[in-house]
Write a protein that binds this ligand. Structure first.
Ligand code: NAD
Length: 494
């Protein structure tokens, strides 16, 4: 087993060919802690030379020990990554919280355990994976047999967002490695630390050098663009904004590289009068405000049947006004800050637009009053609006903040139409105790994920992804394997 290579304190280095490296250009940038505006780490920005070194290391690993490794050994190592993340749980937790500012209660229940589980689940999925076989008739009567043969796709570029950094990155790296690929990861410039830390884990468990590489930097004209343009990258998996997906797709077209995209959303909840109100309120609080509204699956439009509309608005307001922003580790902290000042500017621009476009602000709408030592953090108030027109900008655009608009409806058909009226199609939640209605409405939703009487309840074997402009392809269980494996048909004439 290789000894882990430590990063210098406060520095986030690139990880290439199993070694931590500064950028060849010497360029660095500050990774800011959104709690108080302090510097969480100094990040080494990978230029085109560094990206090329990472892609070369990934190619060499593919053609070296990793490419020759028996499946059982490979999956043993992938599963060992999960165990090692769990063993170093607190280090990952500390890094994730410093980068994102999210409450410890959230990161310790979702981000880090799921980050580890993503290696175990895909080691198990791949262990049970099998191909297809057909006995085929032929005109001369002798017959043929057909079977599928699968091999890794090659070097995978993994381009990640900042909202669930470790979880979303490992959701791609886990299956990519289980399938025998090698990866070059480009974490978000906002949240680079856990991807870098994972390099130590890879070395400790004995994943061969060059299988897992990390290059840090920005998107356009920087590390991200250099990576997706690199001709020796065989496929690109990306989670982030739809416009970024469009830019990446143009580069992927050169050389006809495959893409898997998880993109933006503008998700709805439909609350029927026959719902269990307590469950619907509790679920809506989570679906709108979890992670300060920075989950791609968060609800931003709530449609409530008119009979219960006033009661629902009043009860949601009461619950939201109990939410406490605060330090990640403090008991009773319900909400962290937004990820950055820049993102807060964007979210606040929608808070202003909502008022200009005629919203009634039920609660929130601004910046909370925080203690002096937290004043430089990117804090924001959870916000509820009513009264906006269906074509107002906060109704159409993805805001990605802790806010929602509540609108009444009268019929089931109207609710379905309103919820489906979006260029996005990621997720929705339906709240009803009527079994027939649940099964009737669920399949009519033009989304990749429809939850009934719940939100973000995940079985990692099920398909995850978005319809319309929310994505291309599906991840999860066997669906991920479809992307990370190249399938051939072998036909033998008997
Ligand atoms: P983003 O698109 O701004 O950035 C994502 C990553 O792409 C970053 O690492 C960035 O540096 C890189 N990048 C930017 N431009 C690039 C380019 N031209 N070439 C290559 N790389 C480039 O997204 P974000 O702000 O980090 O994340 C928020 C967005 O992600 C929201 O739209 C959210 O809905 C979406 N998201 C979707 C899902 C999903 O599963 N559908 C999950 C999480 C987040």
């Amino acid at each position: 087993m290789d000894k882990a290579v430590k990063t210098s304190v406060g520095e986030t280095l690139n990880f290439v060919g199993g070694e931590y490296r500064k950028s060849s250009s010497g360029k660095t940038f500050d990774n800011i802690n959104p709690i108080d505006g302090s510097v969480a780490s100094i990040v080494h920005e990978a230029d085109a030379t560094d990206v090329d070194a990472a892609v070369t290391a990934a190619n060499e690993a593919l053609n070296g020990e990793w490419g020759q490794m028996p499946l059982a050994k490979r999956l043993e190592l992938v599963a060992a990554v999960a165990d090692e993340i769990n063993r170093r749980f607190d280090e990952f937790l500390e890094a994730e919280v410093a980068d994102t500012g999210k409450p410890v209660s959230l990161a310790s229940h979702i981000d880090i355990p799921r980050g580890a589980a993503n290696f175990q689940i895909f080691a198990d999925t791949m262990k049970n994976h099998h191909g297809e076989f057909y006995n085929s008739p032929t005109p001369d009567g002798t017959g043929a047999i057909n079977y599928t043969s699968e091999r890794p796709k090659g070097v995978i570029a993994v381009v990640c967002p900042w909202n669930l950094p470790l979880l979303l990155m490992t959701w791609k790296v886990g299956p990519a490695l289980a399938c025998g690929n090698t990866v070059v990861v480009k974490p978000s410039e906002e949240t680079p630390q856990t991807a870098s830390l994972l390099g130590e884990v890879m070395n400790i468990v004995g994943i061969p050098k060059g299988v897992y590489n990390v290059v840090n930097g920005f998107g356009p004209n920087s590390t991200g663009e250099f990576l997706v343009k690199h001709p020796n990258v065989d496929a690109i998996t990306f989670t982030g904004e739809t416009v970024t997906g469009e830019a990446i797709m143009q580069n992927a077209a050169v050389g006809m590289r495959d893409v898997s995209f998880e993109l933006g959303g503008k998700n709805s909840s439909i609350v029927f009068a026959d719902c269990d109100m307590n469950k619907a309120i509790e679920g809506t609080v989570r679906s709108v405000f979890a992670n300060c509204g920075q989950v791609c699956l968060n609800t931003e439009k709530v449609f409530v049947e008119r009979l219960i509309y006033d009661d629902f608005v009043a009860r949601l307001k009461t619950e939201v006004e109990k939410m406490k922003p605060g330090l990640p580790g403090d008991d009773g902290t319900d909400m962290g800050p937004l990820v950055s000042q820049e993102h807060r500017k964007k979210v606040l621009s929608y808070y202003e637009a909502a008022v200009k476009e005629g919203a009634t602000v039920v609660t929130g709408g601004g910046i909370p009053d925080m203690p002096d030592d937290l004043k430089d953090g990117s804090w924001i108030e959870p916000t509820i609006w009513t009264g906006l027109a269906d074509d107002a900008s906060p109704i159409i655009d993805e805001i990605f903040g802790p806010c929602c608009h509540i609108r009444p409806f009268d019929t089931e058909v109207e609710a379905i139409k309103l919820a489906n009226d979006s260029k996005y199609g990621l997720a929705c939640s339906i709240w009803t105790e009527n079994l027939s209605r649940a099964h009737r409405v669920g399949p009519q939703m033009d989304v990749g994920l429809c939850w009934i009487n719940c939100w973000f309840l995940r079985d990692l074997r099920t398909p995850f992804g978005g319809a319309k402009q929310s994505g291309i392809g599906r991840e999860g269980g066997e669906y991920s394997l479809e992307f990370y494996l190249e399938t051939s048909n072998v036909c033998v004439k008997l």
